[in-house]
Design a binder for this molecule. Sequence first.
Ligand code: FES
Length: 105
Amino acid sequence: MVRLIVERIGAKTVHEVRRDITIMDAAKIHDLGLACECGGAVICATCHVIVSPEWIDKLEPSIEAELDMLDAIEGREADSRLGCQIVLTEELDGLEVRVPGSADM
Ligand code: FES
């Protein structure tokens, strides 16, 4: 298990999440407020999260499709990523992300 810290509507919650699943998968299990409508096909951006600055460099780089999708997001921030593209490996234990208002369900 890894810890995933999620800030949503101003409140932070800590979730014990199965290792090696994506934030999208964790969102479905833990009700994180991400719609994840395309199921990880990188065509919806409803899994948009903003990663805490201290964690952003620890993530695997974005693939081209993710970068294209991020470009289309209204309210994109410097540390925006798609939750379906972030695998919660052991190295990411304690990862902190924020769910933007636009992604609230
Ligand atoms: S779930 Fe659709 S882009 Fe991530």
